[in-house]
Each structure stands twice: as structure tokens, then as C-alpha cells.
Design a protein around this ligand. Structure first.
Ligand code: ADP
Ligand code: GN1
Ligand code: MG
Length: 357
């Protein structure tokens, strides 16, 4: 396969993504080879068109600012016949990126400063794409953050109960259903024109950004498969879901899972410092809620997949998606008890950055 990129065979799989299959190619320079998950991304051609257009735009911006485009955005390598990806005769699709050297993608931030660095990186990413013509983007996964639609899919999974597991997760099912009426708050606000659509990343977990191995500063936002029109609240909320947890996404000891207000403040402060000139009052109002909403959406997706029989997220053990779901629900309970404090932190950060709210 790699002959199509004129390279030697890769070693084992690499990284901790849940979707694509990633390999490190130990050549010089090093590369990342990825098999695109075409069960999930039904139109890999459109995914790659998006990535080509977005990275070309980012490259121009990075060069304008005097940055290093080979390090600060993904560099896609064409196949030997000039295509952005290789499709084998069985329909398997592969792409090749330059490996971002001297940078780390963390599964947990060991300091609030590192988490803040990720917020700066995602905030700058959004700023650089503010003038990207969003009508050029394909919707690579339709209704990706339409939480109301995710609820509909959850109810369908429940009715079909393909794995036969529904009875054993009654408590988790009830947890979701008790919060059904909150799920359309952001999509309703978008539909009413109360908050704007922007070009967003939509998958802003900490291991989708590379931080400099020495300075800890944000270097490069990666995993661009879901860059689509969306809300700033999706990117903000999803980062907090993952990075402000005191434990791993799949931790089984729930006593280790809490929502850290220290990390919440570090992220909020850094994110708002980047977006202070463009964020609207309504978006500010919804910031604390969005952390809860994106956690609820993701927990519900893990539960849906558990009930469906683990067909979407890659799992490494029995009940892995259920374990992931439970950490999300523990985080939500904690956020619900801390909502007033979260609002006060947002207000404090807004004051600091001169943002009206
Ligand atoms: P997935 O969609 O499966 O999450 P990602 O694109 O996020 O796939 O890649 C999985 C992991 O591989 C990332 O979290 C990161 O650790 C690593 N990775 C991906 N692209 C690069 C790159 N260009 N340079 C260095 N590491 C990378
Ligand atoms: C997936 O691709 P990855 O592992 O960075 C998922 C996200 C979820 C996340 C949960 C395309 O992200 O939406 O929030 O897992 N990506 C896709 O960890 O579904
Ligand atoms: Mg990823």
C-alpha cells in the first residue's frame, strides 16, 4: 500500500484516537499514515477536500504571521499520482501527513497551564478560520452536534436494543431521558439566529492538539475530519468535557472523576483571551451550559454505542463504552452542582478581558 506514497511499511498502530487507524512511519522525515474510517466518514473524498482547503487556508495565515506552516498545521502528502489519498481496490482509504516533531498530544493535562495552552491553540484556530468561506465545506458527518438528533438516535437504539444490553443500563438510560428537554438549547438558539454559525473544529479534545515538548505552548491543531460550520460552544464545551475532568475518559473508579473548576477557569480565561473580539453576549451566556451539553451528548453517544453493540467508537475491553458513558455522567452531576461557580468564573474572565455579558 505504502508504495503509493513511495514509503516503507509502517510499524504498529499509533496514538489514542477512537475513530481512524493511525500508524507512525519511521522514515526521515517521519510521517503519520492514517486509514480513514469509512464506516463513519461515508464520503472520504469530501473529508479530504475539506482538509485540503482548510489546511491551505491555515498555511497562508501561518506564513503571513511568520510561523512555520509545516509544524503549525497538518501537511498532507499526495500519492505518487498526485491524489490527496489512496483508495485500494477494496475501498480502504489512506492518507499521509508530516509527523509534527517535538510536540506532544496529551491524554490528560498535568497542569492547568498546558490545558490553557490548548485553549489558545483552539481559539487561534477558530480565529484563523473566521474568514474561511464556510459554504465550501462539506458536512462530513451530518448533524454531528445536533444533540436533539443524537437523542432521537439514542431512542432508536433503545427500541432496537441490538446488543440486548438495554435492561442492564436502566439507570444510565433514565439519566439521559431526565435531561431530554435541555438538549436543543444550542441548536434552537442557532435556528432562531441568536448565536452565529462559525467554522469550527467540532472535536476539540486535548489529544487533538499538539503542544510543544519543551515550552508546552500549543503548536498545531490536528484531527481535522470534522471541521464544519458549527457553534463556538461546541468547541469550548467539548474541550472542557475531556480536559477539565480529573480522570481519564474511561476511568472505572468514579470517585476519581470530578469537574475541575481550576481547569475550567484556566481554559475559559485562555479561550476568551483569543475570542474576546468576536464572541457574542448570547454565546457568553451559554458557555457554562455548553460544557454540560457537550458532555451529555458524548455520554449519550457512548451509551448508544454500548446498546448498539460497540459499532462506532473503537473499544479495547468489554463494556468500554459503558465505562466512558459513566465518567461523562459523573462529570455532569458534578457540573450541575457547580453551575453557579462556573457562571461566576465566566463573569470574572469576561471582566478581565473587557467582554460584555
Ligand atoms: P482519530 O480521528 O482516530 O482521533 P487523529 O487524527 O486524532 O485520529 O490521530 C490519532 C492520534 O495520532 C492523535 O491523537 C495524535 O496523538 C497522533 N497524530 C495524528 N496526526 C499526527 C501528526 N501529524 N503528527 C504527530 N502526531 C499525530
Ligand atoms: C472521537 O476521533 P477522536 O477520538 O478524536 C469522536 C468525538 C468524540 C470523542 C470522544 C468523528 O474523537 O466526537 O467526542 O471520540 N470523533 C468522531 O472521546 O466521532
Ligand atoms: Mg483524534
Amino acid at each position: 500500500m505504502l508504495s503509493h506514497f513511495s514509503l516503507d511499511l509502517p510499524s504498529n498502530t499509533y496514538g489514542n484516537g477512537h475513530i481512524n487507524t493511525t500508524y507512525l512511519v519511521n522514515s526521515s522525515p517521519r510521517y503519520i499514515l492514517q486509514q480513514i474510517n469509512t464506516d463513519i466518514f461515508k464520503r472520504p473524498d469530501q473529508v479530504m477536500e475539506n482538509i485540503q482547503a482548510v489546511t491551505a487556508h491555515l498555511r497562508r495565515k501561518i506564513i503571513e504571521k511568520g510561523g512555520d506552516p509545516n509544524r503549525e498545521t497538518l501537511t498532507l502528502l499526495p500519492t505518487s499520482d498526485g491524489k490527496p489519498y489512496y483508495e485500494d481496490p477494496n475501498g480502504n482509504c489512506f492518507r499521509l501527513y508530516l509527523f509534527i516533531e517535538n510536540a506532544i498530544s496529551y491524554d490528560a493535562a498535568d497542569t492547568p497551564e498546558k490545558f490553557a495552552a490548548s485553549a489558545h491553540a483552539f481559539g487561534r484556530f477558530q480565529n484563523m478560520l473566521a474568514d474561511f468561506p464556510s459554504e465550501q465545506l462539506h458536512e462530513t458527518i451530518p448533524h454531528f452536534h445536533d444533540t436533539g438528533d443524537r437523542l432521537r438516535i439514542f431512542r432508536e437504539a433503545l427500541a432496537n436494543n441490538k446488543s440486548g444490553r438495554a435492561e442492564s443500563v436502566r439507570e444510565e438510560i433514565d439519566f439521559v431521558l431526565a435531561r431530554a428537554n435541555e438538549m436543543t438549547i444550542v441548536t434552537d438558539a442557532i435556528a432562531k439566529g441568536e448565536i452565529p454559525l462559525r467554522v469550527t473544529h467540532n472535536d476539540t479534545k486535548l489529544n487533538n492538539v499538539m503542544l510543544d515538548a519543551v515550552t508546552g505552548e500549543g503548536v498545531c491543531v490536528i484531527d481535522l475530519d470534522t471541521v464544519m460550520p458549527g457553534s463556538l460552544l461546541y468547541d469550548y464545551g467539548d474541550s472542557l468535557r475531556f480536559g477539565a475532568s480529573t480522570g481519564a475518559e474511561d476511568e472505572t473508579d468514579l470517585s476519581k472523576i470530578n469537574f475541575s473548576l481550576t481547569y475550567f477557569e484556566a481554559y475559559t480565561d485562555a479561550f476568551l483571551s483569543e475570542l474576546k473580539d468576536s464572541i457574542t453576549e448570547k454565546e457568553v451566556e451559554l458557555l457554562p451550559f455548553s460544557a454540560k451539553l457537550l458532555t451529555l451528548e458524548c455520554g449519550m453517544r457512548f451509551l448508544t454505542d454500548h446498546i448498539d453493540g460497540d459499532t462506532y467508537f473503537r473499544i479495547h475491553r468489554e463494556n468500554h463504552n459503558l465505562d466512558r458513558c459513566r465518567t461523562q455522567f459523573k462529570l455532569i452531576r458534578d457540573m450541575e452542582s457547580k453551575m453557579d461557580e462556573m457562571k461566576a468564573i465566566v463573569a470574572k474572565c469576561c471582566e478581565k478581558h473587557g467582554i460584555r455579558f
